[in-house]
Design a protein around this ligand. Structure first.
Ligand SMILES: [Zn+2]
Length: 336
């Protein structure tokens, strides 16, 4: 009886349990193999991505003085942009913020082309400043050349591929030199409907920079002649205090409208006609002269470069600087 029982047990083992064990084992092997395949696929993807990264995105740069269009590696291009746009003496984190801003601005321009046969030009008044390495080095004192260039290269390399996005799209990353303490919304500079990520922000420490305060003095004739370039019939009675007067300010404290004799001009227009550093000004009338006291440098929209440096000096990282100047944005990898 015992023998029969043992025989049946062996039979059950051979017929059911062993095949089950082997099937499970083979399933596990298959699973491991599949995982390995997946891992291989993943590492292949990583290799592909890093190949893409080293290969990099190419952009077409228009050299405005020659009209030549150069196809250039994005990251290499950024060395020449960052070194043209921001002093190398600025804090590393500010330079890194500038590198991300410049990369983002470039990608925005690639998507919103201004020029026919190129993505972007080398003019700061049109697109974004660019300087050749040779010219850049020549403008630095000899003992500082290598150190400065390496600092710029590191700032670009350490933010490699990083761009600022809103709704997963590169933002129109405006920047300027000094906000005078408060940035401006684009609608007050160029009109239009603005961008949700470009709001008014306050930055402390901007007053410590030479770009913060400036003044320009004009004789009555000089002032008239400058305004005449646009308003030929300009007439100002300088003896009447009501003839030169700021009528309205923007939310950020810049001049919105100013009365100059028989015309009302916008602050931005006045800035352009008189060559003031910003539209944030006060007017002082002397007997035979008019002085404009100006705060800040540039249009005031987006990141302030001296503000970025000031924040970096206060211990802020590049990402924090970006999030200070651009509202509700993300920093993403261009290759992702
Ligand atoms: Zn351009």
């Amino acid at each position: 009886m015992k023998k029969i029982f043992m025989y049946i047990l062996c039979l059950i083992t051979v017929c059911f349990i062993l095949p089950a064990i082997f099937t499970n084992a083979s399933k596990q092997t298959a699973a491991i193999q599949k995982e390995e395949t997946n891992n291989n696929a993943t590492s292949e993807n990583i290799v592909e991505t890093s190949e893409e990264k080293t290969e990099d995105i190419k952009i077409k740069l228009l050299h405005t003085n020659t009209g030549e269009v150069e196809e250039i590696n994005l990251e290499t291009y950024l060395y020449n942009v960052v070194s043209a746009e921001m002093p190398a003496t600025f804090e590393k984190e500010a330079l890194k913020a500038q590198a991300m801003v410049a990369r983002t601005y470039t990608m925005y321009k690639v998507n919103h082309k201004k020029h026919d046969n190129s993505d972007i030009c080398d003019s700061s008044s049109c697109c974004q400043a660019w300087i050749s390495k040779e010219d850049r080095l020549a403008r630095w004192e000899e003992g500082k050349r290598e150190e400065n260039w390496n600092k710029i290269v590191q700032a670009v390399d350490e933010t490699r591929g990083k761009i600022i996005t809103y709704d997963n799209q590169p933002i129109n990353a405006f920047f300027h030199s000094n906000s005078g303490g408060k940035t401006e919304v684009p609608i007050n500079v160029w009109g239009g409907s603005g961008y949700p990520y470009l709001q008014i922000v306050e930055t402390s420490g901007e007053e410590a920079y030479t770009q913060y305060a400036s003044e320009m003095t004009f004789t009555h004739d000089e002032l008239i002649n400058k305004i005449k370039t646009k308003y030929q019939d300009i007439q100002i009675d300088f003896s009447n205090d009501e003839q030169i007067k700021i009528l309205e300010y923007t939310e950020s404290g810049r001049v919105k409208t100013v009365k100059l004799g028989n015309h009302n001009l916008s602050g931005v227009e006045t800035r352009t006609l008189l060559g003031l550093k910003s539209a944030n000004f006060e007017i002082s009338k002397q007997e035979d002269k008019i002085t404009f006291y100006v705060k800040g440098y540039g249009h005031g929209v987006g990141m302030s470069q001296t503000g970025a440096d000031s924040l970096a000096k206060q211990g802020k990282k590049a990402e924090e600087i970006i999030n200070h100047f651009y509202a509700n944005v993300e920093i993403q990898d261009i290759h992702a």
